[in-house]
Ligand binder design. Sequence first.
Ligand SMILES: Nc1nc2c(ncn2[C@@H]2O[C@H](COP(=O)(O)OP(=O)(O)OP(=O)(O)O)[C@@H](O)[C@H]2O)c(=O)[nH]1
Ligand SMILES: [Mg+2]
Length: 440
Amino acid sequence: MVFDKLRDGFQGAVKGLRKAVVVDKKAVKEFTKEIQKTLLSSDVNVKLVLELSKKIEERGLLEKPPGALDRRENIIRVTYEEIVKLVGTGGDFEVKENDRILMVGVQGSGKTTTSGKLASYFKKKGLNPRLICADTFRPAAYDQLKQIADEIHVPFYGDNEEKKSLKIIERGIQKFGDKGLVIIDSEGRHKLNKELMDDINEVYKKIRPDKILLVLDSTIGQQAGEQAKAFKESTRIDGLILSKMDGTAKGGGALSACAVTGAPIYFIGVGERTGDIEAFIPQRFVSKMLGFGDMEGLLEKAQQIDFDEESAKRMIKGQFDLNDLYEQIEQMNSMGSLDKLMEMLPFKMNVPDEAAELQQEKMSKFKIIMDSMTPAEMADPSIIKKDRVERIAKGSGTSAEEVRELLSYYKRMKKMMKGMGGGRQMKRMMKKMGMGGMGM
Ligand SMILES: Nc1nc2c(ncn2[C@@H]2O[C@H](COP(=O)(O)OP(=O)(O)OP(=O)(O)O)[C@@H](O)[C@H]2O)c(=O)[nH]1
Ligand SMILES: [Mg+2]
């Protein structure tokens, strides 16, 4: 299977983290050690590996888990994000119906095979690919591509007698007219040299391909990055394809080293047959490797509101003071508006109409008012009488009217919380907010 080792290593690490009784520094270190081992055995550069594990440790231990995530889940999320960054960009390779794609790469990297795979891939997508063999260097090149073209029923052009590849391409394009997605297989050289680059640049100048794709053999691991860099420095490269990912333990090294060059990796080759090609989508790739089945669910959970457990428990007991209100407002602010919070609730909550209309601005003003209160007032707002109201208004640069508005809003909220206290609705709400495990 593809990437067995990489996947087993990552999944082993995740399993270990799940088993850890407490997610402390030691547990996180053990986790990153496993990740390190896995990446190193996949030929990822030592420096990149160390940087990555440092990031996971820093973020995993210091960052407050966002949303409804716990620390353990957050570490997996952080790991996922960092590895996605490590393997680079990829995704949709966009082509138009009559684009010309030139395939380049050193000898044996997989250009011819990949040209056929791409033709088959785009044909399945409803485009009309055509194949041109412009390799006049390798004796059997013509037959090799023709055979693939016949197999996948794609029009083919080549000329066994012609020695100039540029001529072949021009005639091929003429033959196909302006219709169809033209994929041009070019020749490789034993070594990356000036002659090869000159040839590519000449074709590039004359033919003006819309896309130039570089095919790299991933079995060379990290060295694929050096090759990508050398090509990028000598000619225009629009994207990369890493071939032979199925037959190598060095896939991680090839991917991460290519990612450093900044060129997007659009496809990976995963076998010798024409169907053995996959669009490279880093997010999908990494979540598969980490074996965290529900990575999407996890990331969604990170978006959920950050609901303070202590404050929730207190609310259920009817102990709702201004400190709780303050916190609530902060949470709402981070979400946008109260309306949005209401939308997320599993039931229609009977909130005073004005409360639903209270927008961020008013909430912010409430916070400013509360900032001018003493801890005693925050803990027990019932002690706030007329003279205190005026003092608070003065201290916060607001009006007594606004302070009273806050106090009456607080009272309504407290009443509402009490009404729900201990009720089934509250429990459901907690559960929805990812707090099912708080022993209620
Ligand atoms: N396992 C595996 N083999 C591959 C893959 N891609 C290419 N190959 C094999 O690699 C060898 C070289 O592939 P070619 O497509 O001929 O490479 P090329 O770059 O066109 O080579 P030249 O034309 O000589 O420069 C062939 O035996 C292919 O079957 C892949 O994704 N997986
Ligand atoms: Mg070839």
